[in-house]
Design a binder for this molecule. Structure first.
Ligand SMILES: Nc1ncnc2c1ncn2[C@@H]1O[C@H](COP(=O)(O)OP(=O)(O)O)[C@@H](O)[C@H]1O
Ligand SMILES: [Mg+2]
Length: 277
């Protein structure tokens, strides 16, 4: 029964095309083609063409307001939850599947491509219920089976030891760093292939930040990670690939070591030397 619950929970089960898409050989697991995004009448992203490599950490950097969150949210169709936000042209491919195709279930996309927000957003329920929130039919599992599932994902998120004796207490009693790891456990329970993180450490203290960075390093063995950060030092520590955005455009896009050593644009040099942003 436990296994059944896990399988049914898989987003692939919700949209068969996603299964084949994920296994298709291609340059990157996630790619955008000529992506343009508006908020109402204002265009905010322009002709974005990027390719995200599987099981690597891709960092998206750039000054405040350049479009990092907008781009990130477009990659798993959470952008359309913001009133007025719209992909006006272009495509996002997950393998060979265009996730904006009309018959694709956006909720399934959001499970396979999970997102962690800037501020941790635990739901007003217990720690265990938070972890299992997206797991289909978890309410039908026995208490012991629910706990096993919660243990699995809390362990992956590096939180189990800290919460194992209070799984039924409110998630809001946790510290900010613990809440962010709880949100990670909740995302992992959806069995994603890609995890998007939008400045996941911006509200955390240095110790919690280090903890999240360690987790990113571990998780990249099994998941593709895209992390937005305006912390250049953090991207240097974590990123395999790095993108730099300015005013709604991607102006640098290269292996991280290359981008940090040799930015190709003046704006890129200025940003990396701390003169912009
Ligand atoms: N909900 C919204 N409505 C209108 N404009 C928005 C909205 N969210 C963001 N923007 C605008 O889109 C641009 C990119 O914002 P955002 O993606 O949040 O940037 P970043 O994450 O790099 O700080 C900014 O000019 C911002 O003001
Ligand atoms: Mg942002």
């Amino acid at each position: 029964m436990l296994q059944t619950a896990i399988n049914l929970n898989s987003a692939a089960a919700l949209h068969p095309a996603i299964l084949t898409a994920a296994s298709a050989p291609s340059a990157g697991i996630l790619q955008t083609q000529q992506l343009n995004i508006h908020y109402g009448l204002e265009q905010r992203l322009f002709d974005i063409n990027i390719s995200i490599a599987e099981r690597q950490v891709t960092a998206i950097m750039g000054p405040s307001g350049c479009g990092k969150s907008t781009l990130l949210k477009s990659l798993n169709r959470t952008l359309e939850l913001t009133p007025g936000a719209e992909v006006t042209s272009g495509s996002v491919y997950f393998g060979e599947l265009d996730i904006y195709q009309s018959d694709v279930d956006a909720r399934a996309v959001r499970k396979v491509i999970g997102i962690i927000h800037q501020r941790p957003q635990p739901f007003p329920m217990s720690i265990e219920e938070n972890v299992l929130f997206g797991v289909r039919f978890h309410q039908r599992l026995k208490r012991s089976q629910r706990q096993l599932l919660a243990e699995r994902y809390l362990t992956m998120a590096g939180l189990w030891d800290e919460v194992k004796d209070r799984l039924h207490q409110s998630a809001h009693q946790l510290s900010g760093g613990q809440q962010q790891r709880l949100c990670l456990a909740r995302t992992l329970a959806n069995q994603p292939q890609i995890i998007l993180m939008d400045e996941p450490c911006s509200s955390l203290d240095p110790a919690s930040t280090e903890r999240i960075e360690q987790l990113v390093q571990q998780l990249k063995n099994d998941y593709t990670i895209v992390i937005v950060t305006h912390n250049i030092a953090q991207s240097r520590r974590l990123a395999d690939q790095a993108l730099l955005m300015m005013e709604g455009r991607v102006i640098e896009n290269a292996p991280a070591a290359q981008l940090f050593a040799n930015p190709t644009t003046v704006a890129g040099q200025d940003f990396l030397q701390g003169r912009i942003g």
